[in-house]
Design a protein around this ligand. Structure first.
Ligand SMILES: [Zn+2]
Ligand SMILES: [Zn+2]
Length: 181
C-alpha cells in the first residue's frame, strides 16, 4: 500500500497571523545589524504589502560597530527604586542610525501614508517623534523600551497613532543574536 504523505487539515499548524508574519520578518531583518549592543529590525507595511525593511547600522561606507567598536556615550537616568529616586549611569551606542530612521530614509512619503511599521523594539523618543511625522498610522513593537515608554505613548495617543505591542509573541528561532547590554 503506498504511503500517504498528505498532512490532514487537522494536523496542519494554524496559519500565522499577519502580526506574527510581519514581526517575524522584522526579526529576520534585525539579524543584519552589526551593532554589538542592540539588533533592531523594522518593516513598512501598506495593506498587507511589504514596502521596506531596515535595521540599525552605520551610514553606508562608514565602519560599523563590528569593525570599529560601538561608539558609546554615557547618560544618567533617574529611576524609582522602592519609592526612592536613584540616578543610574547607562551607556548607549550612537554609531548607528536607528532602524526606524533608516526605514524613513529608504521609503517614500507616498508609500508611508496610512501605513504600519512593525519594529522589534519599542521606538526611542527620537524615532517615535520622526515616525509621528512620517505618515505612518500604526506602530507595532515587541520588546519594551521602558526609558521612553511614557512620553512616547502619550505622544502617540495625542497624534491618534495606534501604538501596540504583541503579547504571546515568540521571535523566530535563530533571529536573536547575542548582544551585550
Ligand atoms: Zn554599536
Ligand atoms: Zn530610535
Amino acid at each position: 500500500m503506498p504511503e500517504n504523505n498528505h498532512v490532514s487539515p487537522s494536523e496542519h499548524p494554524p496559519r500565522k497571523s499577519w502580526d506574527t508574519y510581519f514581526m517575524d520578518i522584522a526579526y529576520m531583518v534585525s539579524t543584519r545589524s552589526q551593532c554589538l549592543r542592540r539588533h533592531v529590525g523594522a518593516v513598512l507595511v501598506q495593506g498587507k504589502k511589504l514596502l521596506g525593511t531596515a535595521y540599525n547600522g552605520a551610514p553606508m561606507g562608514m565602519p560599523d560597530c563590528s569593525e570599529a567598536g560601538c561608539m558609546l556615550v554615557e547618560e544618567f537616568e533617574v529611576k524609582l527604586a522602592d519609592g526612592e529616586e536613584v540616578v543610574v549611569k547607562k551607556q548607549r551606542c550612537i554609531r548607528t542610525i536607528h532602524a526606524e530612521q533608516n526605514l524613513l530614509l529608504f521609503t517614500d512619503r507616498d508609500d508611508r501614508e496610512g501605513s504600519t511599521v512593525y519594529v522589534t523594539d519599542q521606538p526611542c523618543w527620537t524615532c517615535a517623534n520622526m515616525l509621528a511625522n512620517s505618515g505612518v498610522v500604526e506602530i507595532v513593537y515587541h520588546r519594551p523600551y521602558p526609558k521612553d515608554q511614557e512620553k512616547v505613548s502619550t505622544m502617540m495617543a495625542t497624534k491618534g497613532i495606534i501604538f501596540r505591542t504583541l503579547s504571546d509573541y515568540e521571535p523566530p528561532a535563530g533571529s536573536l543574536t547575542k548582544v551585550t547590554n
